[in-house]
Design a binder for this molecule. Structure first.
Ligand code: ATP
Length: 379
């Protein structure tokens, strides 16, 4: 339903041009919660603003439901107010002198998408109750908590019944507990409304929990688009592996590769690993053996095949409540292991560590540079 092809967007910065998006392709299906995830400055907000019509791309096309909204080649550009979208921002941007009810009702009474006046009250009551804030209807927005204000912001966007809801870090100003509570509630709400949502965040836990699909971005590029479990368990490269959750990355090289599996030669031995779909790993190429701290088994079971084990020295232990983290060293390679809090390993001791082949992943190194900033020659 949302199709983005070859989208490139730049900003002028003095005499320089900053390429914020560099040939981005995206496909968002109807009713999906689609998350744009990536580090600060990778282009998430620019992509959302291009969808909203708040930036003009220098190349590429955007379509919603097969209707072109922007096409740099032909100069087509549908202005924001004529796009079937609503946007929720990080800051709540309320009208402070108005009640909750009036804040939600205002866009329905003014602007291009206004409703016949006899339908406004019913629509507002419906969304306030959907978001569980109907009891706050008469309150001034300035008397609300952050979480309540963010619900009003959402109610205002949803009341417009957009085809697509764009959300730019809507939870990041809230305290941690509320963020976690709202993640699940928002996802359930979007599905209940069958509302196609593009949600921007740099928080990987939020992306994994909320997304039906996630596009991981880096330096103006989409590096991987997948369901959350594939992003977590089958990262296509080092950038995704490092950005989404903690992963041990043991340097090595590809000894053998066939679709879906690889043998990785490391300083601690040769290990069998899975690979992401649709990537090739040429034999002899540099790669990493990737394994999550919670997937390593220590001490290795006595019947674990020797070719799935390595020897390491315990360098430190950190108590984390329900988990115990251990720092290890296998040769020169540091490893992190997360175990049940009852596991006891003494610092300085040598341990056998089991690497289950179905939890290990052969990870491609990231390209050294994904170019973003280009100097303008000023001509
Ligand atoms: P964050 O998570 O910090 O909001 P982001 O992933 O949303 O970051 P963008 O805000 O889209 O990233 O920025 C992408 C790139 O474009 C960055 O290099 C940023 O510095 C640059 N940029 C963004 N807005 C402007 C602007 N108005 N003028 C110049 N450069 C800009």
């Amino acid at each position: 339903m949302i199709t983005v092809r070859g989208l490139t967007a730049t900003y002028r910065l003095g005499r320089d041009t900053v390429t914020a998006l560099d040939g981005v392709d995206l496909d968002v299906e109807p009713g999906q919660v689609f998350v744009l995830l990536g580090p600060s400055g990778c282009g998430k907000t620019t992509l959302l603003r291009c969808l909203a019509g708040l930036e003009t791309p220098v190349a590429g096309q955007i379509e919603i439901d097969g209707i072109p909204l922007s096409d740099a080649a032909t100069g087509l550009f549908v202005p924001p107010e004529d796009r079937p979208l609503a946007m929720v921002f990080q800051s709540y941007a309320m009208w402070p002198h108005m009640s909750v009810f009036d804040n939600v009702a205002f866009p329905l009474k003014a602007g291009r998408r206004r409703l016949p006046s006899n339908e406004v009250d019913g629509r507002v009551d419906e969304v306030l109750s959907l978001l569980g804030i109907d009891h706050l209807s008469a309150r001034s927005v300035t008397t609300l908590s952050g979480g309540q204000q963010q619900r009003v912001g959402l109610a205002r966007a949803i009341a417009l019944r957009p085809r697509v809801l764009l959300m730019d870090e809507p939870l990041s100003n809230l305290d941690f507990r509320l963020q976690v509570e709202l993640r699940g509630q928002l996802r359930a709400l979007m599905h209940e409304l069958n509302l196609t949502t593009v949600h921007v965040t740099h928080n990987q836990a939020e992306a994994l929990e909320m997304g039906d699909r996630i596009a991981v971005m880096d330096a103006g590029h989409v590096v991987q688009t997948d369901d959350p479990e594939s992003i977590y368990h089958r990262p296509v490269d080092e950038h995704v592996a490092r950005f989404v959750g903690d992963m041990n990355l043991i340097p090595g090289s590809v000894a053998r590769w066939s679709e879906g599996t690889a043998q990785v030669q490391t300083a601690s031995g040769m290990f069998l690993a899975m690979t992401a779909e649709n990537i090739s790993l040429p034999e002899g190429a540099r790669c990493f053996l990737g394994i999550r701290p919670a997937d390593l088994v220590v001490p290795a079971p006595t019947d674990a095949p020797p070719e799935t084990c390595l020897t390491a020295t315990v360098t430190d232990r950190r108590f984390q409540g329900d988990r115990m983290m251990f720092g290890l060293k296998a040769g020169n390679d540091p490893l992190e292991i997360s175990t049940h809090h009852s596991v006891r390993l003494s610092v300085g001791s040598e341990v056998r560590v089991h690497i289950p082949p179905d939890s290990a992943i052969a990870v491609k190194p990231s390209p050294q540079t994904r170019p973003t900033d280009q100097s303008d020659d000023g001509d």
